[in-house]
Design a protein around this ligand. Sequence first.
Ligand code: PLP
Length: 398
Amino acid sequence: MRTGINHLFIPGPTNVPEAVRQAMNVPMQDQRAHDFGALTLGLFADLKKVFKTTTGHIVMLPGSGTGAWEAAITNTLNPGDRVLMARHGMFSNLWVEMAQRLGLDVDVIDLEWGAESPTADFARRLSDDKAHRIKAVFVTQNETATGVTSDVAATRRALDDANHPALLFADGVSSIASIDFRMDDWGVDLAVTGSQKGLMLPAGLGILGVSAKAMEAAKTSTMRRAYFELSDQIKNNATGYFPYTPPTQLFHGLRKSLDRIMAEGLENVFARHHRLASGVRAAVHAWGLQTAARDPAFASDTVTAIRTPDGVDARDVMRIGYDRYNCSFGSGLGPLMGKVFRIGHLGDLNEGMCLTAIALAELSLHAAGAKVTFGAGVAAAQTVYAATPTTAARLAAE
Ligand code: PLP
C-alpha cells in the first residue's frame, strides 16, 4: 500500500495534467460524422505551429514514436539505400537497428554514449559523397538516454554546404513541444514525436511532420508498407478523417494539451523547460556529480542523466527512490545501466516538482551510499529558480 502520489520523474510518459485527463473522459463518437473533422483539422493546424511548419503535412498515427520512425523510413526510402546515422545513446542505437532491420545500408558513426550528434563528421561524409549515394541523414535531436540535445540546424547547414540532396530525418520524440524545433527553418523532411512526452498525453499517438520533398520521395519509394501508408493518411486527413478507426479520446486530450501550450506560449514553454533544467543541473553540480552529457553546451532541457559515484549502483538509487519514496526516476539504458539514473523534467512541470525530484534524489543517493550533503542540491536549484520569474508569475502579470 502506498500513500500520496507517485512522483513521476521519468522522461516519458510524463505527467498528464488533470484538465487533459478530464478532456479525454468523453463518450465514444462517430468518427465518420459530418462534424468530426472540425476537431481534427484544428489539431493538425495547431500541431503545425508546434512543429513550426507551414509547408509540411502533420500525420497522427496510432502507435508511438517508434511506429512513426518506421512510417518515416518505409514511406520515403528504398531497400538498400545508404543512410548516415550516429549512435550515441539508446534511442539513436534503436534507430540504427530499425534501419538495418528494414534493409537499409547504414553508415553508422559510433560515439561515446553522452556525445552529441557529430555535425563535422556528417559534413565531411556528405561533401565526400559526390555521387549522392547517401539518401538520408538522421539526427536524434534529444537523446533521452543520455540527456543530450543535438544541433539539427547544423546538420541542415552541412547538407546545404555540400549541396547534398539527402533527406533530413529528426527524432524529436523527447524534444518537440518542450525544446525549440523548427521543421521549415531547418529543412527537416521527416520529424518524429510521440504523444506521451512534451504533449502531456498518454502514449498512443506517433506524430510525424512530413515535408513536400519527403512526399515527393514517397512517390517512388518501394519499401513495403500498408497501414502506415502516408499518402492514404494525408488524403483522408485533408477533410479531418482517417483511413481506419482513430483514437478519438486521445484527440480530445490533445486538443486540451495544445490549448494549454498555446495559452502558455510555445516560447514560454521552452523557457520554462530551460529554467527548470538549469535548476536540476545546478543540483547535480552541487552534489559533485557528473552528467552523462559530455559537453554542458549540449545538456538537454528535458532530461538529465546523472552518473553515480564509483561504487554506487544507479539501480539502487532508483530502487530506493521507488520503494521508499514512491518516486520514479529514469533508468540507465544499455551500457549506462547501473551507472546513471535520469531525472525527466518535461511536460506539465513546475519548480516545486523539480525541487521534490532533487530532494528525493538526495535521499535516494544517500541511502545508496553516495556522499551528498542534504539540501545542497535543493539549495542550488532554489538559487536558480529564485533568480528568474516563473511562468506562473509571468502569466499572472500578463
Ligand atoms: N526516440 C527517443 C528520443 C525517445 O526518447 C523514445 C522513447 O522514449 C523513442 C524514440 C521511442 O518512442 P516510443 O517509446 O514512443 O516508441
